[in-house]
Design a protein around this ligand. Structure first.
Ligand code: AMP
Ligand code: ZN
Length: 112
């Protein structure tokens, strides 16, 4: 069974797509935690067992996608937060490398 993000990337499950290219896709989170809450992930499955080198290559593309999505959603000038939840202590629910992009209002300080 493919993971939910693989199914979104293959358009087997409908999602609100903000931007995509051949390798990376950005969609609105179904359960938003901020006015703008996007998820950015590689289209091909990269789970926690993925080779680090593969993740490293994907990160370059993901972070350039994040910049584009911030512009598209109008939060590039006001600011935003990028978050990744890794494993259970962070509450990760989907085992497919992904980044949350949050913004649209003041998010408060996260680390003091
Ligand atoms: P995480 O908990 O960090 O693994 O993030 C997974 C995120 O995926 C959560 O914020 C969910 O709300 C979101 N999510 C789960 N299913 C969908 C879906 N079908 N479309 C959009 N976002 C989803
Ligand atoms: Zn997947």
């Amino acid at each position: 069974m493919e993971c939910i993000f693989c199914q979104i990337a293959k358009k087997k499950i409908k999602a609100d797509i903000i931007w995509e290219d051949k390798d990376v896709i950005a969609v609105y989170d179904i359960d938003p935690k901020a006015k703008v809450h996007a998820l950015i992930f590689p289209k091909s499955h990269l789970g926690k067992s993925a080779h680090e080198k593969k993740v490293g290559l994907a990160l370059k593309q993901i972070f350039s996608a994040i910049r584009i999505v911030a512009q598209r959603t109008g939060i590039d000038k006001t600011g935003f937060r990028v978050v990744t939840n890794h494993l259970k202590d962070a509450g990760q629910t989907v085992d497919h490398v992904h980044f949350h992009l949050l913004g649209g209002h003041s998010l408060g300080r996260m680390c003091d």
